[in-house]
Write a protein that binds this ligand. Structure first.
Ligand code: GLY
Length: 419
């Protein structure tokens, strides 16, 4: 199978690495890729947001399967264009990608599917903002209705911070959702979805705040681990049957079936699991830990999903043990990052690339806010944590920062799902 992966982050590097080890894959390309993916896949230049350009590359490269990594191309209709060109594509149609592209659409689908999610108050006029905020109590949850590359959500106990974020969004012409805060441990559950067929992957947890102990602003994600040693037996089955499967069925009922990776971001509250958000693609950095533990053929699973054959697939096989990833971010991130600094140690095993590029002199330099995602594995979470942080010691990027507490609360037994 010839597989073309579209994207340039550590998520795509992780997908490419899994595919490179897969005997079913005969040729592999990544477009546009980064300084890490180029070592294991052909690299092609590409504007990933241009549906016609992606479809043309899929045909030119004679891909049997195209895997779209990020949400923006999916919302822009890239999967539709690839399918229309006659090439199998892993990723939902633009209509179905609205589950991530429009939070009001997602809330509507969830309400129809009967899932628990806080009812939002939608504000599209600054004159209504203060009265709307007054109906909530801290911590305030303010979300951009549309895509915002991980920067759309602010959760703050400070009314002024919440108000300022909402005003920035409204001034930019974006409607704002205000919600009640969901307390309880968070779970990222990725599911392969092909119409009404739902196949869950291992559950993971990510770390969205920039600093240790969940301090500082939200980011695209600073680390993750999988699986969840504190999760009760049966949690994944419960989340699939109560949350994901009803949403998949509702999408079918609406005539916009979902095909691809449906990512449920959930909080395990004292009232039961509740949906924080749905995304229409693999999450980053959780993908790096989930795929590190996958032992089945990724190409086969993605191709079956893309071609409507998921129901006939054998169960996925997973390695015993655990995986942890720690994101190395450039100075300044999540604000404007410092770019162009030389990275050493970036070619080592377990070091996945995100914002990197190779200079003409061969040096690997930083080219984005999240630069690397260092992955460790081990017989248990402690061993995986130690492996990730040991690998991190071999990486050097001036001014960079990372969290030092990824997975620590889980290792210490400080996380418990509500009874
Ligand atoms: N880890 C959060 C996301 O991928 O959206």
């Amino acid at each position: 199978m010839r597989v073309l992966v579209v994207g340039s982050g550590a998520r795509e590097h992780s997908i490419v690495l899994a595919l490179a080890q897969d005997p079913q894959v005969t040729a592999l390309a990544c477009a546009p890729g980064n300084a890490g993916t180029v070592a294991v896949a052909e690299q092609r230049g590409l504007d990933v947001g241009d549906p016609a350009a992606v479809a043309a590359l899929a045909l030119d490269w004679e891909a049997d399967l195209v895997v779209i990594g990020a949400e923006a191309p999916l919302v822009a209709g890239v999967a539709d264009a690839v399918r229309a060109a006659g090439v199998a594509c892993f990723g939902p149609t633009a209509e179905a990608a609205r589950i991530e592209g429009s939070k009001t659409f997602a809330k509507d689908v969830m309400a129809a599917a009967g899932g628990r999610t806080p009812p939002p108050e939608i504000v599209d006029n600054p004159a209504r903002l203060d009265a709307a905020l007054a109906r909530f109590t801290p911590p305030y949850v303010v979300k951009d209705d549309g895509l915002a590359a991980g920067k759309g959500v602010v959760v703050s106990p400070d009314l002024d911070v919440a108000r300022a974020h909402a005003m920035t969004l409204l001034d930019g012409g974006h409607p704002v959702l205000l919600e009640s805060f969901l307390d309880g441990p968070e779970v990222s559950l990725f599911c392969l979805v092909d119409g009404e067929t739902v196949v869950p992957l291992l559950p993971a947890q990510d770390f969205k705040r920039v600093g240790d102990d969940d301090c500082g602003p939200n980011t695209g994600g600073m680390g993750a681990y999988a699986p969840l040693p504190w999760a009760p037996a049966g949690l994944v089955d419960e989340l699939v049957s109560d949350v994901v499967a009803p949403v998949a069925a509702e999408m079918v009922r609406r005539g916009t079936p979902f095909s691809g990776l449906l990512y449920a971001g959930l909080a395990l509250t004292s009232q039961g699991p509740a949906v924080v958000e749905f995304n229409c693609r693999f999450g980053d950095p959780e993908t790096q830990v989930v795929l590190a533990l996958l032992r089945s053929s990724l190409a086969r699973a993605l191709h079956a999903t893309a071609t409507g054959a998921l129901a006939a697939e054998p169960p996925l096989q997973w390695a015993d043990g655990a995986a942890v990833t720690v994101v190395v971010a450039a100075e300044g991130y999540p604000g404007p990052p410092r770019l162009g600094d030389v990275i050493s140690g970036a070619e080592a095993d377990g070091v996945l690339h995100a914002g990197t590029r190779r200079r003409d002199d061969g040096a690997v330099v930083s080219g984005g806010g999240r630069v690397l995602s260092v992955v460790g594995t081990g017989a248990d979470l402690q061993a995986a944590h130690d492996d990730a942080y040991r690998r991190l010691e071999g990486v050097h990027l001036a001014g960079s920062h990372h969290r030092t507490d990824i997975a620590l609360k889980a290792i210490r037994g400080e996380i418990a799902a509500p009874a």
